[in-house]
Write a protein that binds this ligand. Structure first.
Ligand code: AKB
Length: 316
């Protein structure tokens, strides 16, 4: 029986992944951890503990004590925040990953590791449409540099030590449960909240900035699917491209407008525009589809209906 450790369980991905993993593996087998408190259903639905992934001794004790066999390491400083504190972000993103890779190398019971990469690994010299899995990669953000270095380390630990580490280059993730924090794609979550709260939204990207995005249920399903895939089927041990839907703020605005007729938007691009301008507009994820069966179920229209309904329920 697997015992699963989720690091970053209070975050945008972690808070939803824990709930899904507990349905599939049993509540008592999924250990949610974070340095801050997680949403009530994560804390009450199974084991939850405050754990700092930067503390390698505490980490290894936890893993041995709870006979952990799979680790999802989701804690990271995202692109926007990383630009404000570059050296701290680099240290957090890299040291935490190295702690996890070392533990997985040392503790034989740990069979698999998941670590999220991002479309931020690409840069201004990468082809921006239908970006291939293998392309020029010259990221210009601290976050992107840390994700690219992380991918290389994952591949290294796989080849050198046989650590079975799996990863996805997530596009922007859109969800209603936990608001995103400090990313360049955050507008695509904020816009729904502000449409309901205020009926207006000031967007920090221009209306025609096209970026790949994925609705959280698709991202959670993809993540678990990749972790459950047969190792022999996987041809990538750095991180798989994942595209989802390519959308602009203007398209999201128009979709919301169909349900909230008075909704208004204004554009006031900030430093995140320069980041978005270096990222792909769309991504070729054919390898994820071929190797482990990735499928996208939600488009902009379907997602918008659910986002508005769920955020209304939450705010009420
Ligand atoms: C960010 O905007 O920093 C993240 C990402 C695309 O990795 N959502």
């Amino acid at each position: 029986m697997d015992n699963i450790l989720v690091i970053g369980a209070a975050g945008q991905i972690g808070s939803e992944l824990v709930v899904e993993l507990r349905k599939q593996y049993g509540s008592e087998h999924v250990f949610a951890t974070d340095i801050k408190l997680a949403p009530p259903d994560v804390i009450e639905g199974g084991p939850f503990q405050v754990l700092d992934v930067m503390d390698d001794k505490q980490l290894i004790h936890f893993i041995i004590r709870h006979k952990i066999t799979q680790i999802y390491h989701l804690a990271a400083v995202l692109s926007g925040n990383a630009e404000k504190l570059p050296t701290q972000a680099w240290n957090i993103n890299m040291d935490s990953l190295m702690n996890i890779l070392e533990v997985a190398k040392m503790v034989e019971e740990v069979k698999k590791v998941f670590w999220p990469s991002s479309i931020a690994v690409f840069g201004p010299t990468t082809p921006r449409t239908n970006t291939p899995q293998l392309a020029v990669m010259e990221p210009v953000t601290v976050y992107g540099i840390s994700k690219l270095a992380g991918e290389r380390w994952c591949d290294y630990y796989f080849n050198k030590y046989g650590v079975d580490v799996r990863s996805i280059r997530y596009p922007g993730l859109i969800s209603y449960k936990t608001e995103a924090g400090g990313g360049t794609t955050d507008y695509a979550v904020e816009i729904y909240y502000e449409a309901i709260r205020n009926g207006s939204y000031e967007c920090f990207l221009t209306g025609n900035t096209s970026l790949p995005m994925l609705f959280m249920p698709d991202a959670i399903q993809a993540t678990i699917q990749l972790m459950e895939a047969e190792r022999s089927k996987l041809s990538i041990h750095s991180a798989y491209n994942l595209g989802g839907m390519s959308i602009t703020p203007d398209q999201v605005y128009r979709e919301i407008l169909k349900e909230i007729p008075g909704f208004t938007i204004s554009y006031n691009p900030d430093f995140r525009q320069a980041i978005a301008d270096t990222w792909p507009e769309s991504v070729d994820d054919s390898l994820a589809r071929e190797d482990w069966g990735f499928k996208q179920h939600y488009d902009l229209e379907k997602m918008t209906g659910i986002m508005l309904k769920e955020i209304r329920n939450k705010l009420n």
